[in-house]
Ligand binder design. Structure first.
Ligand code: ADP
Ligand code: MG
Length: 383
């Protein structure tokens, strides 16, 4: 066990690292952040920051030696430099979990090999014929880059010959997966925590609404049957156990009209769809990650109240000719009953950049979502 008072290292300085640092510090840990750029959202709230490229093994070693345990808050940390730090420190989740989850092709192949329900897909190696891949899968389908895709970037929907040509041009010389387009009933996610001893705990299933490939709203509890809920939780737990994750694993899923659950994506870290846990669960996903990587008992995951979470992107600012004309109407959220505003301390808003989120609790999930939609409109002055 790594007791409070010790130092936790976080690779990556984004908002997930910032909220992780908040949770760690609340129970007495010191936090060091390793992030190439200075002044990141996580570094602002950490005791120390180290700025160097992730590939600089010397700097990484110094960082690791100063921490009792190291974790990561984003998936695009290169894996190779992590091999050498294995001998001098503890990394959770293990780099081989990261290696699988940071590449779509490896992730989907892993799901298939281990018999977990997933969206049908076919692999296309760099330089191979993408047309043939699209034909194998049939339309409609989605072409996704194998590496470094996120927030709906690096994806293209193909419905006909014209969109197929666009995809072939866009994905030339890239490794890609071609996935069947799923006409899902809703999107779900389960965030599960696992300790080294194998204890597993799943947060309440969240229902997620994406806009242009980016998470817009999360609702908990998800408006699904008990059968689907239990199946989703068990599936996430089984995947975390099979991967030997120590820490959090977020499992994104599609629920089809036929009641089938298909895994879409895995993320071995805190997840946007779990932000609601800060304000609406006994233990937040961030605290749970700290508990899991430090070998503390896992916390109570019960939901204290139905809740909706809204991601706040740069779009919430008023823009005129590419320049910010006015900030969002923060007062609208701050004044609302049962609402909580979280901002990530990023200096400059940009279109598509995640600037913060807010949650609204209510007596039921539908009411929470209605109130969240209303507040979202007020925030950006559109009502
Ligand atoms: P990212 O890494 O950008 O989150 P995802 O694969 O999760 O990539 O895709 C983002 C969103 O795009 C999903 O949450 C979903 O709304 C939509 N999407 C992705 N793949 C499919 C698919 N095969 N069928 C239908 N919608 C999809
Ligand atoms: Mg996703």
């Amino acid at each position: 066990m790594i007791p409070p008072g010790q130092t936790i290292g976080i690779l990556g300085g984004g908002e997930l690292g910032r909220m992780l640092a908040h949770a760690a510090e609340r129970i007495g840990y010191r936090v060091h952040v390793f992030e190439p750029a200075a002044g990141s959202p996580a570094a602002e709230v950490a005791a120390r920051e180290f700025n160097a490229p992730f590939t600089q093994v010397d700097a990484l070693s110094t960082f690791v030696k100063g921490c009792a345990v190291v974790t990561y808050e984003f998936e695009n940390v290169p894996v190779e430099p992590l091999w050498s730090i294995e001998k001098i420190g503890q990394l959770h989740p293990h780099w081989n979990v990261l290696e699988i989850c940071q590449n779509r092709m490896r992730e989907k192949t892993w799901l298939r090999k281990n018999g977990f329900p997933h969206v049908p897909f076919t692999e296309v190696e760099a330089g191979d014929d993408l047309h043939a891949g699209i034909r194998r899968m049939g339309t409609p389908c989605i072409v996704k880059t194998a590496d470094f895709g996120s927030e709906g970037k690096g994806q293209m929907k193909v419905t006909d010959a014209v969109t197929a040509e666009h995809a072939v041009a866009a994905f030339a010389k890239q490794r890609a997966v071609v996935e069947k387009y799923v006409d899902f009933k809703c999107e779900l996610s389960v965030i599960v925590a696992r300790t080294e001893a194998g204890d597993l705990r799943a947060f309440p299933v969240a229902e997620n609404i994406h806009t242009k490939g980016v998470l817009d709203f999360s609702i908990a509890p998800a408006r699904i049957s008990d059968v689907v809920r239990v199946e989703a939780e068990n599936l996430a737990k089984a995947i975390a156990a099979k991967l030997n994750v120590v820490g959090l694993l977020a499992v994104e899923m599609f629920l089809t009209d036929r009641g089938e659950i298909l895994v879409n994506e895995l993320a071995p870290r805190p997840h946007d769809s779990g932000h609601y846990t800060i304000d609406a669960c006994v233990t937040s996903q961030f605290e749970q990650h700290v508990r899991a990587i430090c070998g503390l008992p896992l916390g109570d995951v019960s939901l204290s109240s139905p809740v909706a979470m809204v991601n706040i992107l740069g779009e919430a600012w008023k823009w005129r000719e590419g320049q910010v004309a006015a900030p969002p109407n923060w007062a609208a959220v701050l004044e609302a009953p049962r609402a909580k505003l979280h901002l990530y301390g990023k200096a400059e808003p940009k279109i598509g950049r995640k600037m913060g989120h807010f949650t609204v609790c209510a007596d039921d999930a539908n009411r929470a979502l209605d109130n969240a939609r209303e507040l979202k409109a007020k925030l950006s002055g559109r009502s």
